[in-house]
Design a protein around this ligand. Structure first.
Ligand SMILES: Nc1ncnc2c1ncn2[C@@H]1O[C@H](COP(=O)(O)OP(=O)(O)OP(=O)(O)O)[C@@H](O)[C@H]1O
Length: 330
């Protein structure tokens, strides 16, 4: 129940705190995690503050600067119906990620390739531009929620594997751009195995779509969506992104001392009755402060409560309503 509320775009916007400042702040953590997926280890202490010579640090610098440019575009695109993602943007992201590196191609790969450990082979190079345009067209013409949409695009992109190198990084920046332009924020995949496992569980629909497109089949946008949802098990990937969004929110709530009134706190927790929050405060389950005789709940408290009570989330309304009755009879 809670997850549906907290990832509701309106909930984020009503908080009105998850804008430029947070996205920028979080880009470093995201960069470190994204490079760690490729087994490139960078510590926060050594994170460059200007363009470094060292090639390992330059990969981090390039990711960081590219993500920042793309996310600011995405932020300005909130509320618009067409994504910032175009073929030109995808190619620009790729080239900027590899600035200062020798590449055999400035564009799409020219050779067949295999992904280590994957059960499919990405399509031959000649069909990449056509498929790229199909998946971007699909991105702009489906009615999935923000998380499913960004995950499905990520899967299609990774199965297409359009570049010789850096596909994971380009794909993760695009995934976050879609989250941001849909009112959410960037996530960091902090657990490499969980991320790769989730892709493997979810990718069957994307494999079928890319294979059909590569063989020249025409698919409508609805057929693409249906195939993605029917054959791929998106749940673990969606859950992973939700978990990482909670982490982003937690980091955000620490850097920004956001205080919520009772009605916003209730809204985020998915409670219909504001008294539930008051009861939790009275019972010491949520710490709150009184300002001008009104309760204010730090956003960080709400996030921590959610994390602590994860087991109880499904039944939380029932649990709290029982708690209210106990209170009444005391
Ligand atoms: N089974 C899989 N199905 C689909 N995509 C996968 C699979 N396994 C890995 N990937 C994606 O491919 C990326 C790695 O691709 P690859 O090993 O080819 O490295 P790359 O193209 O150099 O890109 P990067 O180094 O930035 O990840 C992963 O980060 C992930 O996004």
């Amino acid at each position: 129940m809670f997850s549906n509320i907290i990832f509701d775009t309106m909930a984020y916007q009503s908080l009105n705190v998850l804008g430029e400042e947070f996205i920028r702040y979080f880009e470093k953590e995201e960069t470190i995690c994204s490079l760690a997926i490729e087994r490139i280890k960078i510590d926060l202490e050594e994170f460059p503050s200007s363009r470094p010579e060292d090639k390992r640090l330059l990969q981090a610098w390039n990711y960081y600067k590219t993500a920042d440019d793309v996310y600011m575009l995405a932020l300005n695109n909130r509320g618009k119906s067409i994504s910032i993602i175009t073929e030109a943007l995808v190619l620009w992201v790729y080239n900027k990620l590899w600035e200062g590196f020798e590449l055999s191609s400035k564009g799409y790969r020219k050779e067949d390739m295999v992904i280590f450990g994957a059960k499919f082979e990405p399509p031959r190079p000649e069909v990449i531009p056509m498929i790229m345009n199909c998946i971007i067209e699909w991105l702009n013409n489906n009615s999935l929620d923000a998380i499913s949409k960004s995950n499905c695009f990520h899967l299609l992109f990774e199965v297409l594997h359009p570049f010789e190198d850096g596909n994971g990084r380009v794909g993760r920046i695009l995934l976050n751009a879609i989250l941001i332009e849909n009112g959410l924020v960037n996530v960091a995949f902090r657990n490499r195995d969980a991320y790769l496992d989730a892709i493997k569980k979810a990718e069957d629909g994307a494999i079928i779509v890319i294979d059909k497109l590569a063989r020249g089949r025409k698919l409508t946008n609805d057929q693409i969506t249906e195939t993605l949802l029917t054959y791929g098990d998106l749940k673990s990937m969606n859950d992973l992104v939700k978990k990482e969004l909670i982490h982003s929110l937690k980091v955000q709530s620490r850097i920004n001392q956001v205080l919520l009134d009772i009605s916003k706190a209730s809204y985020l927790l998915g409670f219909k009755n504001k008294d539930y929050v008051r009861v939790l405060i009275n019972r010491g389950k949520i710490k709150a402060i009184k300002i001008d005789n009104r309760w204010k709940v730090p956003l960080s408290e709400i996030i921590e409560f959610i994390e602590r009570e994860k087991q109880a989330l499904e039944n939380i309304e029932e649990i709290v309503s029982k708690t209210i009755h106990i209170e009444e009879f005391k």
